[in-house]
Write a protein that binds this ligand. Structure first.
Ligand code: C5P
Length: 309
């Protein structure tokens, strides 16, 4: 029998992002605060038991490169030792290559939904280990809400939810490669970040105030793409509490209060999306609702952890 789930796969912003030293494994040590937001892709994920396995992923817009939903599906088939036909249809709404974690969110959506459809019950540790192998941001999307990310971003600590805030984000269509953004970081930025752990601690302690938030990629990415600095300034003129670039760019968000930005020629060249922050409680209840036909009450979160047993 074919089992299908329709799920929303939410985007994230980085309320704060500091890049420290390069580590022996080639990744950079991070200090970041992830926050789920309401902007979402839609995925239809189905599974049907069969003698051999096949995975088909389609999307309403072309997704460049290897689709991560495909890779995650293969990893789940391997780990579960189950066989079957997996079909995934993606309706893309989250701008791609924009630092909003759309691909990582889709990957986590498959990690959460597919086991439920297959009747396979992995532990959270198993899911996290698949997530970390495939990308640095995927682990966050297994939990959602507000979370502190350390290490290469996969070492996650839940944070109390910030007050719900509304905002807008501007997607210019400029694609910033994550690897290039890391390479473009100025040494001085790295040194400053390393020297200022106290400033980051202050920001995290006072997250609700959104004061002192920063993103270490902004200077170097804006130097290569001056249009992004102009978008940042245009959003600042709305009087929002915080305007920041998300991840390694290029999406820029304005969060909290402020008037809608006035007519600005630079913003008219962007796609502008309204959004609101999504708490962990909302994120997790969204997932329970999305999978309710396929899981027992109280089963999903966190999957088979000691809290759920
Ligand atoms: O893990 P992910 O695929 O998101 O990373 C893409 C690239 O970004 C990595 O290959 C690496 O060059 C860089 N990166 C990094 N430090 C991190 C995360 C990513 O240098 N913490």
């Amino acid at each position: 029998m074919k089992r299908t789930a329709l799920v929303r796969s939410l985007a994230k912003i980085n309320l704060d992002l500091r890049v420290l030293h390069k580590r022996p494994d080639g990744y950079h040590e991070l200090r970041t605060v992830f926050q789920s937001i309401s902007l979402a892709d839609r995925l239809r994920i189905s599974f049907e038991k069969a003698r051999c396995s096949a995975v088909t992923v389609t999307s309403d817009v072309e997704i460049p490169g290897i689709n991560i939903a495909q890779v995650v599906s293969q990893a789940i088939l391997e780990q579960s030792s189950l066989k079957g036909l997996i079909q995934i249809e993606i309706e893309k709404r989250i701008p791609m290559g924009g630092g909003l974690g759309g691909g990582s969110s889709n990957a986590a959506a498959v990690l959460l939904a597919l086991p439920a459809l297959m009747g396979w019950k992995p532990s959270m540790v198993q899911l996290e280990s698949i997530a970390a192998k495939l990308g640095s941001d995927i682990t966050f999307f297994l939990y959602g809400g507000a979370a502190l990310g350390l290490g290469r971003g996969t070492d996650l600590y839940p944070l109390p939810d910030v007050n719900k805030r509304t905002g807008i984000l501007a997607a210019s269509g400029i694609h910033v490669s994550t690897a290039d953004a890391y390479r473009g970081l100025q040494r001085t930025a790295l040194e400053t970040a390393t020297a200022e752990p106290a400033a980051f601690r202050q920001t995290v302690w006072n997250l609700d105030a959104l004061q002192g938030c920063r993103n270490d990629f902004e200077d170097s990415v804006y130097r290569v793409h001056p249009k992004l600095r102009a978008i940042h300034r245009a959003l600042e003129s709305s009087g929002a509490e915080t305007v920041r670039m998300s991840g390694s760019g290029s999406t820029i968000f304005a969060l909290g209060g402020g008037k809608p930005p006035g007519r600005s020629s630079i913003l008219e060249t962007c796609r502008v999306y309204p959004f609101e922050t999504v708490s962990r409680r909302q994120y997790q209840s969204l997932w329970r609702r999305q999978l309710k036909e396929h899981i027992q009450a109280g089963e999903l979160w966190p999957p088979l952890s000691r809290y759920a047993r």
